[in-house]
Design a protein around this ligand. Structure first.
Ligand code: PLP
Length: 230
């Protein structure tokens, strides 16, 4: 399945696509995305309104025209992040494999709290205070969200790799709205935060600061204005 949501590499505002090599499944899906209509007034099964509208289709086509440009920009940003964050202790920009084709959409950084002297959440909080909207992608894991959290409770550490990634990963701003000077500024901020990690961490604790409250739409601007962090 592919998502064509506005935040994605190929953007049609909303929507997505399912691909399959199963003819029967393909037929069923085509019927389903139009209410199950098999003819003018014949419904042969359950369906939804999953039709793509013209505006979305047009937007999607412009996305396709620009794919190479998007890849080039994402790649340039990724390579700059790799260069400028190389050697920052505890921060590791996840490498893309050269043996595969990439769109370089996500610049994902692993924040090792012990080595950095500051947790991923605190790094994220400082970034937000500086209007650098990094994201904790993907946090929390599905198994920690409703309805699964309640309906299928899991023991601690049942998915240790997922848990670790959800706790340490940060994705950095990229895409065509982000250029070399923005990447440089983000890297400078990250180097500063890690350099002063324990100090900033302690300052945040003193103010009983937590990222969840901070990203709350009402609280963030006020906190950023007060420059409570650094
Ligand atoms: C985009 C995305 C979704 C949501 O896709 P929609 O097309 O908005 O439903 C879900 N999970 C992941 C991992 C995604 O990247």
């Amino acid at each position: 399945m592919f998502s064509f949501h506005a935040t994605k590499f190929c953007n049609a505002f909303e929507g997505g696509a399912i691909v399959t090599n199963d003819e029967d499944l393909a037929r069923t899906l085509r019927l389903m995305h139009n209410f199950g209509f098999a003819g003018y007034d014949t419904v042969v099964g359950l369906g939804i309104n999953g039709k793509m509208n013209e505006a979305s289709a047009a937007m999607g086509l412009t996305s396709l025209e620009s794919l190479d440009e998007f890849i080039a920009v994402n790649r340039r940003n990724y390579e700059q992040y790799r260069r400028e964050l190389a050697g920052v202790r505890g921060l590791r920009v996840l490498p893309f494999s050269d043996s595969e084709r990439q769109n370089y959409q996500y610049v994902a950084v692993d924040v090792d709290a012990v080595e950095c002297g500051i947790s991923r959440d605190d790094v994220a909080a400082v970034c937000w205070a500086e209007n650098v909207l990094v994201r904790r992608y993907f946090f929390p894991g599905c198994h920690r969200m409703e309805p699964y959290r309640s309906s299928r409770p899991v023991r601690e550490q049942v998915l240790p790799v997922t848990e670790r990634a959800a706790e340490q990963m940060l994705t950095l701003p990229t895409g065509t709205a982000v250029g070399p000077s923005e990447v440089a500024a983000v890297c400078e901020l990250l180097r500063f935060v890690v350099h002063r990690g324990p100090e900033i961490s302690a300052a945040l604790r003193k103010q009983a600061f937590d990222f969840q409250t901070f990203t709350n739409a009402d609280a963030a601007p006020a906190l950023a204005r007060e420059r409570v962090l650094v």
